[in-house]
Write a protein that binds this ligand. Structure first.
Ligand code: ZN
Ligand code: ZN
Length: 360
């Protein structure tokens, strides 16, 4: 459960944005945003915040959960359709201008809200709570550190366990069992194990392909601890690697280390990406690093900020982002190495500790 202090601080930050945007109230239905603001983990309902009040509209399945997890919120009981309850709650708050999450609500849901409260001025917003979530507080950092620690231990375990003949699916299952039996409450996404040329697909699905000696392998995985995600990738060849693979592997590591040395509070995400990209492109791998350098991680596996060629985000102190350069070639596969770092005022602290080795 979130401490009442953390909840009050988060509500105060949201209310500061509402005051700036001249909003009397804000209605939030995105599950991670609801959890962040209230502590409620049920994921179904609507959090409604005004300058003075905070309410949570949800149905019978969650009444007791709201009382336990979100004591700072008045429970608005939903016994039929949700929109009339949202409208009534906003009416009690005397709201006129109401912000809603334009990037989350479906067109149909928004129509129903508007029909239930036709006299309100509905103001579309995007990523307001996501923006608040970017900088992590001490409790959030602790949860993420634990999720990272479990994933690191699982990766170390795999590097000693994988042998020629095991299939990608068997490796993924070994990783998942390890994480779940060492404290993880869930996986943060479907584990990726891509061997041979399949490693060129950055988000490959795992198959029954047996891994042979000499195969390059990319493993990308993570788990959830206390609601917070981890994300780690390691790449290696099994038993032996050729010189071309070793050259690519070293270049990716060099790009990652340069980015981790350069990242600091206030750095634009686009600049962090450029540090790694310059090293990879100038070594002759232009066009073979087709994704961004990294992304924020928290209650969601992919969140603000982005570090990519298109990013307009800033890596502010307190942000946790991945640093995951890669080089891919459909002819033989790929290499990606991914750490998570906590951005500080004058640098960053690398949270991921699993070893990096080109051959296991
Ligand atoms: Zn990853
Ligand atoms: Zn990632």
């Amino acid at each position: 459960m979130e401490s009442n202090d953390a909840v009050q601080q988060r509500l105060a930050r949201l209310r500061a944005v509402m005051a700036r945007e001249e909003l009397d109230a804000f209605a939030i239905a995105q599950p991670e945003n609801m959890r962040y603001l209230s502590g409620f983990t049920g994921g179904e309902g609507v959090v409604i915040v005004s300058a003075e009040h905070a309410a949570l509209a949800t149905d019978f399945r969650y009444y007791e959960q709201v009382r336990q997890q979100a004591p700072a919120f008045a429970l608005a009981e939903v016994t039929g359709p949700t929109p009339p309850v949202v409208a009534a709650t906003l009416g009690e708050m005397h709201a006129r201008r109401v912000g809603f999450e334009a990037h989350h609500l479906t067109v149909e849901e928004f129509d129903q809200w508007r029909q239930a409260a036709p006299d309100l001025a509905w103001v579309p917003t995007t990523n307001v709570v996501e923006g608040l979530r970017q900088e992590k507080d001490a409790n959030e950092v602790r949860a993420i550190e634990e999720a990272v620690r479990i994933a690191d231990a699982a990766m170390e375990h795999l590097m000693g366990w994988i042998a020629p003949g095991v299939t990608e699916r068997e490796v993924a299952w070994e990783a998942e069992v390890y994480m779940r039996t060492h404290g993880a409450e869930a996986l943060s996404f479907t584990t990726i194990v891509a061997s041979g040329a399949r490693g060129a697909m950055a988000h490959a699905v795992t198959t029954d392909r047996p891994i042979a000696a000499g195969d390059p392998v990319v493993i990308d995985m993570g788990c959830v601890y206390d609601g917070y995600c981890s994300d780690i990738t390691r790449s290696f060849c099994v038993r032996e690697a050729n010189d071309d693979y070793l050259a690519v592997w070293r270049k990716v590591l060099q790009a990652q280390e340069a980015a981790e040395r350069a990242i600091h509070g206030g750095m634009p995400g686009v600049e962090a990406d450029a540090v790694a990209r310059r090293i990879i492109y100038s070594a002759g791998y232009e066009g073979k690093f087709g994704h961004g350098l990294g992304h924020g991680v928290g209650l969601a596996i992919h969140e603000k900020p982005r570090a990519s060629t298109l990013s307009t985000d800033i890596l502010t102190p307190g942000t946790i982002v991945t640093v995951e350069p890669g080089i891919y070639d459909p002819a033989w596969g790929g290499v990606r190495i991914e750490d998570m770092v906590l951005v500080t005022e004058d640098g960053c602290r690398v949270l991921t500790t699993a070893s990096k080795q080109p051959v296991i």
